[in-house]
Design a protein around this ligand. Structure first.
Ligand SMILES: *Cc1c(COP(=O)(O)O)cnc(C)c1O
Length: 379
């Protein structure tokens, strides 16, 4: 909302309140950096810091010591640059589209070279400018998504001069199963990486995502690229030093008593078997509360679980609040969607998805508060 309105009006004007804890973000970055040292910890800040607001969040990582920031697209890099001091490096994981090389070079971005074609395009740009240009060389070690294939690596090792115009800052690859410590795919990707590195000029290496940061140090190399762990989702097993970052609450917009036989929501997919008390909240699938949560999942009031009944609408959700005494919830009350009683991981499980998708879908209709829990503790 425009800033001429007070914060409390902005808060009441929205259907829900999204609170992002900058102190927890700092804690998570430092916890990972400490775990990785002497490996450097970068920060993956693509998709607007996984939906949490790159202009507010990326500077927190910078202040905590991060200098390596990874986005997916050139457009994201352009948007992020003004939020960071000049000694931060911005890396573009998806690489560059043809004809964007001169813009990326002028801005000082470090693109991934995901194919020989991208390598040749970047080399041509460098030759045109008469200077070496920085890049990450990405190898596909078993994910079949991005990076030089085995044949392309063969061709590159036969023509090493292709690399002459390029300042390879890092050779990188990406783990497909880093979040599953027992998965043998991790060890085979690591072996493929080490075999490829032995055939290339010696360069620093960046290999691990969040999952890899919690594998043993043979996965860490020189620089790591954690994302989701910074945003509050730690390893599912073993020691977890990661703090939750996000909490979300939704406004009640109506409470009603219904009789047995009454249908709830679009399609009448829920029919009351007995009298019930229903609260409607002002969050819907347009706010990233997916429609797959219809008749599934819940909100909380204190310790009380309030199941979702009926379909999730675009702008509202109906909750069974029969377990609460009449009058507990009323117009303007708040219920918890993500917080101490319901974690982001639980919501993701209810949606048959992963926390990444929940975070990046939260959208821009919430009133957003950036708090610093660590500052509150210091006082
Ligand atoms: C998204 C991404 C990351 C971060 O992954 P997390 O699982 O969020 O830690 C790291 N590297 C690459 C190439 C990515 O695309």
């Amino acid at each position: 909302m425009p800033s001429k309105f007070s914060q409390s009006v902005c808060d009441l004007a929205a259907g829900g309140i999204l609170t992002i804890d900058l102190g927890a973000l700092r804690h998570n970055y430092l916890a990972i950096a400490q775990r990785l040292a002497p490996t450097r910890a970068g920060a993956v800040v693509k998709a607007d810091c996984y939906g949490l607001g790159a202009d507010r969040v990326a500077p927190v990582f910078y202040e905590a010591g991060c200098r390596d920031f990874f986005v997916a697209h050139l457009g994201e890099a352009l948007k992020l640059k003004p939020a960071l001091p000049a000694d931060a490096t911005i890396y573009i994981l998806n690489g560059l589209q043809p004809e964007t090389e001169s813009l990326a070079a002028k801005e000082g971005f470090v693109p991934a070279l995901n194919s020989l074609e991208q390598l040749e395009n970047w080399a041509a740009e460098a030759k045109g400018l008469g200077q070496k240009l920085p890049a990450m060389l990405q190898l596909d070690t078993g994910m079949s998504r991005l990076g030089l294939s085995a044949e392309e690596l063969d061709r590159l090792t036969q023509m090493p001069s292709l690399l002459d115009p390029i300042d390879i800052r890092f050779i990188i690859s990406h783990l497909a199963c880093g979040d599953e410590p027992e998965n043998p795919a991790n060890a085979s990707q690591l072996a493929a990486m080490n075999a490829a590195l032995a055939r290339l000029p010696k360069c620093p290496v960046a290999f691990s995502n969040s999952g890899g940061c919690f594998l043993d140090k043979t996965y860490h190399f020189d620089l790591a690229r954690p994302g989701i762990a910074l945003y509050g989702v730690g390893p599912a097993s073993g020691e977890n030093p990661i703090m939750p970052v996000v909490s979300l609450s939704a406004r009640v917009i109506q409470v009603r008593e219904i009789t047995a036989g009454a249908a709830i929501g679009y399609g009448g997919t829920f029919v009351a078997k007995a009298p019930m008390r229903i609260a409607t909240i002002a969050v819907g699938y347009a706010d990233g509360w997916f429609r797959t949560l219809s008749n599934k999942g819940a909100a909380y009031h204190g310790e009380t679980r309030l199941p979702i009944v009926g379909r999730v609408s675009m702008d509202s959700i109906t909750l069974d609040v029969s377990a609460l005494p009449a009058g507990t919830l009323k117009l303007g009350s708040l219920v918890e969607l993500i917080g101490p009683h319901q974690s982001l991981e639980t919501v993701a499980r209810d949606c048959d998805t992963i926390p990444y998708e929940i975070l990046t879908a939260l959208g821009h209709r919430y009133a957003r508060f950036y708090i610093d829990s660590s500052a509150a503790q210091d006082k």
